[in-house]
Design a protein around this ligand. Structure first.
Ligand code: SUD
Ligand code: ADP
Length: 293
């Protein structure tokens, strides 16, 4: 059996820098990963199948074409058939601005590349990822990165300090296209970032000068976002609170993972909350070997 985590993507800032002729928006965003994740497991099988479990598995039962299966098909060259019994443990809220579906698709590419011994490198997987969704390429490596274009231009992030992140979602799904449609105002310039930040406080000071250009539009469609941001800002040690992606999930930035975990326990039980550290910035393996046989 093979296992891949599919960590949440969090946009620490998100500037809309322009709009393409096809309607897609040009973005400039610092994406980081964690502190919550879906998990994808695979065992060899004759045919391709997907089962769902976990707290948000039911939300995807009616999904006709799960991104995991679309990713699996994208990996198979024309006319080639391989099977796998996939099991997705859905822990991330659906349609929530933390790219859960994109993370699952990227995890499927990594997992099946191993199971089927397709032998593609990260760049080749990212190229297959782009048609699956604007957020899927950055999820292939699931390392902190600056995303530009519509998400296909990816470069390494500044070196990040130790920090904690708390994700909070009011359990209200928000569709990405609706948020882009509701956005008003012009465009922002891309951010100028340093090579590294000495600590979380310095990072928060710089990030506070930037913004999420989708936050006002999301708030106009989903007022609980305002309550979530207020609750985050009221937590001891919260250095910055902001919405991720197209919402409605918001994040709080803390100096340590422990502070974020403590703040998670203070959130109302009617909301979804997850606190901890980042993937990729600390030594957490995204590519665990086979577990069991
Ligand atoms: C906004 C972001 C920021 O990271 O995050 P999420 O809120 O989804 O997590 C992403 O760009 C979302 O990426 P993803 O969710 O993969 O988007 P897609 O499925 O490709 O596109 C859904 C729809 O969103 C709009 N869209 C998406 C990306 C983009 N750069 N410009 C857009 O205008 C388009 O209307 C598109 O039809
Ligand atoms: N494995 C999946 N997980 C989540 N959503 C999926 C998945 N497969 C397909 N989808 C579809 O993609 C849409 C966007 O999902 P998601 O990635 O969770 O949004 P966001 O990027 O805003 O967090 C969902 O509303 C759902 O219809």
């Amino acid at each position: 059996m093979l296992l891949e985590p599919a960590p949440a993507k969090v946009n620490l800032y998100l500037h809309v820098t322009g709009r393409r002729e096809d309607g897609y928006h040009l973005l400039d965003s610092l994406a980081v990963f964690g502190p919550a994740a879906d998990a994808l497991q695979a065992v060899p099988a004759e045919t391709l199948s997907l089962s769902l479990e976990g707290p948000f598995g039911d939300a995807l039962v009616a999904e006709a074409d799960n991104l995991v299966l679309r990713a699996a098909r994208a990996l198979l060259p024309e006319g080639v058939m391989h099977g796998a019994a996939l099991r997705l443990t859905k822990c991330l809220p659906v349609a929530s601005g933390i790219g859960g579906g994109s993370a699952d698709a990227a995890a499927a590419l990594r997992l099946l590349n191993r199971l089927w011994a397709t032998g593609l490198d990260e760049a080749a997987l990212a190229a297959l990822a782009a048609p699956l969704g604007a957020d899927v390429p950055v999820c292939v490596a699931s390392r902190p990165a600056v995303m530009q274009g519509i998400g296909e231009l990816i470069r390494p992030a500044p070196t990040l300090p130790e920090c904690g992140l708390l994700l909070v979602n009011p359990r209200v799904p928000l569709a990405t296209p609706a948020v882009f449609r509701a956005r008003q105002g012009g465009f922002s310039p891309p951010a100028v970032l340093p090579e590294s930040w000495p600590d979380a406080a310095a990072m928060a000071t710089d990030l506070a000068r930037l913004g999420n250009d989708l936050e006002a539009a999301a708030l106009s469609l989903c007022s609980p976002i305002g309550e979530v941001l207020a609750a985050l800002r009221g937590q001891p040690g919260c250095l910055l609170a902001r919405m991720s992606g197209s919402g409605a999930t918001c994040f709080g930035l803390f100096a340590t993972p422990a502070e974020a975990e403590t703040a998670a326990r203070a959130m109302p039980s009617t909301w979804w909350a997850s606190g901890g550290g980042l993937y990729g910035a600390r030594p957490v393996s995204l590519h665990p070997g086979p577990v069991g046989v």
